[in-house]
Ligand binder design. Structure first.
Ligand code: GLN
Length: 484
């Protein structure tokens, strides 16, 4: 299983030069999945289908067909992404038996690129959570140390990469769910610009904030995956008409000379974790020594982003989750008195407690009498945050922050304190509120032995700048290889 330590980029080269076949590779991935199954990372393993597809790719390669960089490579997707022939449970008891009737656009795109989807990853139910403990099918364990949470909600997707079950995965990020688990697991996670990657076929949590993005071991691997999944989609009305970019070929300049890195004190003044403070100082020194300039910027309203997020995301979740009623979708209650009682019982039995909390909060902020006080006010503050970021980007190319205020915490440590759990996302949430792209890369190891992550935020559609800076940092300062 040594081979599973490799990066996606290297594996792609090995497949191309026929040092290994895709069938061999898928078998290695399946062995690794089996060896790490106690971590409860995957909800479903697509064994037969994966081997079938691998045979196909090997045959195409033997015929001399020109294949994409992802062709023949084992990939995992989060269980809120639809794929024909698999369950899409969103780690909810309510959708335990739900099979996808169609493919999400991102799945079609991965399959067109020849990627082999080997499994569907556990997550926080309906993507609500920061620890992958709100999972109806058991808690996910962090592969770096199974006593710790892997973060969430894409905790399964990040763990699948960290545990070498696959070479890349897809997660979704509404308020941090790609970046926070990537940081907790010591891997690279990108939340793309809102609209860059299609949401068609992805179970909606908060539609105006949700984005699908890649989780990988390295930045270059991430660029390969983004290139495969990005692009306009006629099926999705918030999809952006952005020209196709060759992220892998064009992003990497191997220099950050003259780059302006924005420093907003608002991201740092609340920090009290010494590990995080130290890792940020190190990163800042590294950037300065390598020719970048640190410029002060102001983002006074990001302190309100978390409140804005919980109003907007819960309001949208309450609407989006109305379809899960036991009739259109979801397991039906067996005993009931009338229709209303049927809905009531189905939803009460089907949803877990965090999801119920969000639905109640969402319906509250949308109710007449509170709509202006909460929903409209949150929308107004969102506009302020968008304006502040866009002003900041007049003076800098990227903005630096920690991904999370601490490294991973122990399983069970925060389950009884939702507010503490929500505070995990204070640095990631503003990015979604402002529809921007951001990448999390490993940047050190904390006292508890768990990895730390650094976040680089870019202006809309500046993914290639983020890739360049993050790759430069990874090559010359710190990479996933230093995380054990
Ligand atoms: N942890 C945040 C929440 O619970 C973000 C989740 C996400 O990005 N899907 O809502």
């Amino acid at each position: 299983m040594e081979i599973m330590n490799e990066t996606l980029e290297n594996i792609s080269e090995m497949l191309d030069t026929k040092k290994i076949s895709s069938v061999e590779l898928v078998n290695e991935s399946l062995k690794s999945i089996e060896a790490t199954k106690d971590l409860n990372i995957l909800h479903e393993v697509c064994r037969d289908n994966a081997l079938e597809m691998a045979k196909d790719i090997d045959a195409k390669r033997a015929n001399g067909e020109k294949l994409s960089k992802l062709a023949g490579i084992p990939i995992v997707i989060k269980d809120n992404i639809s794929m024909v022939g698999t369950y899409t449970t969103c780690s909810s008891k309510f959708l335990e038996n739900y099979k996808s009737p169609y493919n999400a656009t991102v799945v079609d795109k991965l399959l067109q690129a020849g990627a082999i989807i080997v499994g569907k990853a556990n997550m926080d139910e309906f993507a609500m959570g920061s620890s992958s403990e709100n999972c109806a099918f058991g808690v996910v364990h962090n592969p770096r140390n199974p006593e710790y949470v892997p973060g969430g909600s894409s905790g399964g997707s990040a763990s699948a990469v960290a545990a070498n079950q696959c070479f890349g995965s897809l997660g979704t990020d509404t308020g941090g769910s790609i970046r926070q688990p990537s940081s907790f697991c010591g891997v690279v996670g990108l939340k793309p610009t809102y609209g860059l990657v299609s949401r068609y076929g992805v179970v909606a949590f908060a539609s105006s904030l949700d984005q699908v993005g890649p989780i990988t071991k390295t930045v270059r691997d991430n660029a390969i995956m983004l290139e495969a999944i990005a692009g306009y989609d006629n099926n999705e009305f918030t999809s952006a008409k952005h020209d196709k970019e060759s992220y892998y070929k064009d992003s990497f300049k191997n220099s950050i000379k003259g780059l302006k890195i924005g420093y907003a004190k608002e991201f740092f003044e609340s920090l009290n974790n010494q590990d995080v403070i130290k890792s940020m100082e190190n990163a800042m020194n590294f950037f300065k020594e390598n020719g970048a300039e640190i410029v002060d910027i102001e983002l006074p309203h990001i302190k309100d982003a978390l409140a804005v997020y919980y109003v907007l995301s819960s309001a949208e979740a309450a609407s989006n989750l109305a379809r899960f009623d036991g009739i259109k979708y979801g397991v039906a209650a067996k005993e009931y008195n009338d229709l209303i009682d049927f809905y009531f019982k189905s939803r009460t039995q089907g949803f877990g407690s965090e999801v119920k909390r969000r639905i109640m909060l969402g319906n509250f902020v949308l109710s007449s009498g509170y709509f202006d006080a909460y929903y409209n006010k949150a929308k107004a503050v969102q506009n302020l945050i968008i304006t502040e970021f866009s002003n900041a980007f007049k003076n800098c190319d990227v903005i630096l922050s920690p991904t999370t205020p601490t490294s991973a915490f122990k399983i069970g440590e925060k389950v009884n304190n939702p507010l503490e759990m929500y505070l995990n996302d204070i640095f990631t949430v503003p990015v979604n509120i402002a529809t921007l792209p951001a990448i999390s890369v490993p940047c050190g190891i904390a006292q508890n032995g768990m990895p730390l992550g650094m976040q680089l935020i870019g202006n809309r559609f500046s993914e290639s700048t983020l890739f360049n800076v993050a790759d430069y940092y990874e090559r010359n300062c710190f990479s996933f290889r230093e995380v054990k």
